[in-house]
Design a protein around this ligand. Structure first.
Ligand code: AMP
Ligand code: ZN
Length: 116
């Protein structure tokens, strides 16, 4: 299911432009429009659900699919040795701004701070 008002559903459907770096039946990945690291990709399940709060037994498979795509993209973008981070914001305290489950794949330079 997709949500006609959701920007990431529109990106997955190619109704608005983005730089897609991976797509398959279940998962789409594209470059973040405001990158916070030399490599900053967004990885989403095609299926629309708002975020980790909406995870169920039925849709939880999306997490493993996203994880496998993240690993493959990390290799493709040359991050597997230097390191990379996979992050999902959930809700307002975490700073979530787009309510379609997504993971940020970040890498390409040492990450400052110690949030995690
Ligand atoms: P979050 O704050 O975790 O909800 O992350 C949303 C991310 O989506 C931010 O890093 C934005 O820069 C990114 N973003 C928003 N709109 C677009 C877009 N049209 N194309 C690519 N990335 C986007
Ligand atoms: Zn969506």
């Amino acid at each position: 299911m997709s949500d006609p008002n959701c920007i990431f559903c529109k990106i997955a459907a190619k109704q608005i432009p983005s730089t897609i770096v991976h797509e398959d039946e279940h998962v789409v990945a594209f470059k973040d429009i405001a990158p916070q690291a030399p490599v900053h990709l967004i990885i989403i399940p095609r299926e629309h659900f708002a975020g980790l709060n909406e995870l169920t037994e039925t849709n939880a498979v999306a997490l493993s699919r996203v994880g496998l795509v993240a690993k493959s993209l990390a290799e493709r973008f040359g991050l597997e040795k230097s390191g990379w981070r996979l992050v999902a914001n959930c809700g307002s305290d975490a700073g979530q701004t787009v309510f379609h489950l997504h993971f940020h794949l970040l890498g390409g330079a040492p990450m400052g701070g110690r949030m995690v």
